[in-house]
Design a protein around this ligand. Structure first.
Ligand code: UDP
Length: 255
């Protein structure tokens, strides 16, 4: 994707929800291979680069959405670019609405069996006409993978939602993505099926609009604290990078 912005050690594409959906449409209509869509947030800025293969999966992803408020603020500070958040859950719902309108075939892989089943039923209710051609829970064994890929291929799915959590879903895509014959879009949706099934509550809209979804999730699931400890460090490093670039600019101007 052109115009990709480097945010510390990862990247993000400067797209809003409509532009992301336009890309999805174009991948499905004109693509000849699977296209990966992954979410970028401050936590991943630290976890992903520790694994060179994972880092490569992100580097070569087809669309990297600005999932978290941290990335949106970093783009503003570093480049003066005003991004809107594109939460993975909203994009997934947008893709379902698009798929229902256009008749795209969808496969849902991931989460616990009962969550997967409930979420698929919920999506069918929410988007009448949505053609979900297959589903599998996310706890299959590695030896079941060749059969899973066969099932996805024979379903002729064009869109695959991967709900294994990060980085499991990105690694799955790196390993098995090449074997997908009809899939044109593969979105990593993490724990989104849990929210669709109603097992995990989304932050109320006001919290989301204030950019405080992270705080809401933290209050609901205090065990996420360790993961969110990186937020202040991320903010500091973004400001450090900005300061360095300004010093560099001033030096050049003085010469
Ligand atoms: N999961 C799965 N298979 C696994 C491990 C996890 O399907 O082997 C699912 C899990 O049931 C949950 C999701 O992946 O639905 C992980 O959710 P989490 O919120 O931790 O992921 P994130 O959105 O933070 O990447």
């Amino acid at each position: 994707m052109s115009g990709r912005l480097e945010i510390l050690k990862l990247w993000v594409d400067p797209v809003d929800l409509d532009q992301a959906l336009a890309s999805v449409r174009q991948f499905v209509q004109n693509g000849r291979r699977p296209h990966s869509i992954f979410a970028v947030n401050p936590e991943k800025n630290y976890s992903v680069p520790q694994d060179p293969d994972l880092w490569e999966i992100f580097r070569t992803a087809d669309l990297l959405i600005p999932d978290g408020i941290g990335v949106v603020l970093a783009a503003r500070i570093l480049y003066g670019v005003e991004l809107n958040r594109v939460p993975g859950v909203r994009l997934m719902h947008g893709i379902c609405a698009l798929a229902a309108r256009e008749g795209y075939r969808v496969y849902v892989y991931g989460a616990k069996e009962e969550v997967n089943e409930k979420a698929v039923n919920q999506l069918r209710d929410l988007y009448p006409g949505l053609n979900i051609v297959g589903r599998d829970n996310g706890y299959l064994k590695p030896e079941d993978m060749p059969e899973l890929v066969k099932r996805i291929n024979s379903s002729m799915a064009q869109i695959l939602f991967l709900a294994l959590g990060s980085p499991k879903q990105e690694k799955w895509y790196a390993r098995y993505g090449r074997g997908l014959e009809t899939v044109r879009v593969c979105q990593g949706i993490g724990g989104t099926l849990d929210t669709v099934a109603g097992n995990v509550k989304l932050a109320p809209e006001t919290w989301q609009n204030l950019g405080l979804e992270w705080l809401y999730r933290l209050l609901k699931e205090p065990s996420r604290l360790r993961r969110q400890m990186v937020l202040p460090l991320f903010a500091l490093q973004v400001m450090g990078k900005k300061a360095k670039s300004m010093i560099g600019l001033n030096r050049r101007a003085d010469r």
